[in-house]
Design a protein around this ligand. Sequence first.
Ligand code: NAD
Length: 387
Amino acid sequence: MDNFSYFCNTKIEMGLGKAEELPDLLKSLEIGPSILVVSDPGVVRAGIVQPILERLQATGYRTVLFDALSPNPRDTECLAGAKLFVEQRLEAVVAIGGGSAMDTGKAIALLGPNGGTPLEYVEGIRKYVNIAPIVCVPTTAGTGSEVTRSSVITESTTHRKLTLKHAALRPLLAVLDPKLTFTVPKAITAATGVDALVHAIEGYSCKVTNPISQALGARSMRTIVSALPTAFRDGDNEKARFAMLESSMLAGLCFGSSDVAAVHCLAEALGGLYDTPHGVANSVFLPYVLQFNAQAEQAIHAEMARHMGFATNLDSDEQATQKLIAGVRDFTRQLEIPKLRELPGVRREDFARIAEMALTNNSTPSNVRPISSDDYLQIIEQAYDDV
Ligand code: NAD
């Protein structure tokens, strides 16, 4: 029995068409009326942002759009957004998009009122105070950033992914409308869905997990395994899209008050170095990290195999663990996610650097089994040699 604490101050509103209620929801929390809407060019092109802007303007909100950001958003982009926030005298941030737009929105809400760079907050030089109200409207079912205390920003000069982490970065309001995810292309549906699965797995099994995270993670991993293949094959399937958006939020609540672990540490190193989409980077390492961790921590991996339906109570822990690794491999293959060897830019010469970057990630100590630079290197090589 370990002590634990769990905290989440985000009001969560979910439903088909829920985004149409955004003005009323903002009003009920007295957020605004001058708002920076943060999104990205892909989400704007998908036709998601304009109707929301029009609805906000028609109900008396002053909106300014900032969409100059890339996937795996850069510190320089956050600084540009923060400058606009100050120049336009805005009061709150509404981020509409995937993890990239939501994380940029969170960073702008911090940097706008306070100044400084993301690194200065990560290093503790500046304090997480005076943060502008943050509202998130996710358009991918993946990161769960709409309910987490983190914002992952890439430092342009070093390619390192920095994690700004503080309870005050949790959005005040998360508006989950599965309709906004219908336009997510197949490959992004697959990658973001696996990201959510990894959040549930790592939040459930990492060293700093707690009973609430485990309850949320168990439900999330079970639902993702059944809903993601349908959402992938049939993007207009309301039920599957709803289940995925709900599960990615639950997975965010799961890891958001525990942690992620080795899969994410490797994925963030890969994303920082080669701009690999975050979910793809998670997927290529997942079976190998599970294999490494399960050697030392069989019982918890057997539990997860049963939650995901890869094994039953009739299987021994050893059998269940084997079924977990095989099941996860088949699952990601079915979703047509590329392998490490197939990803643009990946070179064997960089493996030692990736292992070092993963080792220095703040979440490495949370991995359920102690992991060294050599262990990371071996996992990278196994993933690369997978054919
Ligand atoms: P993303 O936000 O980078 O989006 C991927 C692509 O999908 C973009 O080109 C975007 O334009 C497009 N897109 C998004 N929604 C769409 C829609 N509805 N229709 C059509 N296109 C759409 O991808 P992501 O996986 O959601 O976010 C990844 C980022 O989130 C990474 O930087 C990662 O490190 C970070 N992350 C943050 C947390 C957290 O807790 N803050 C957790 C995990 C990951």
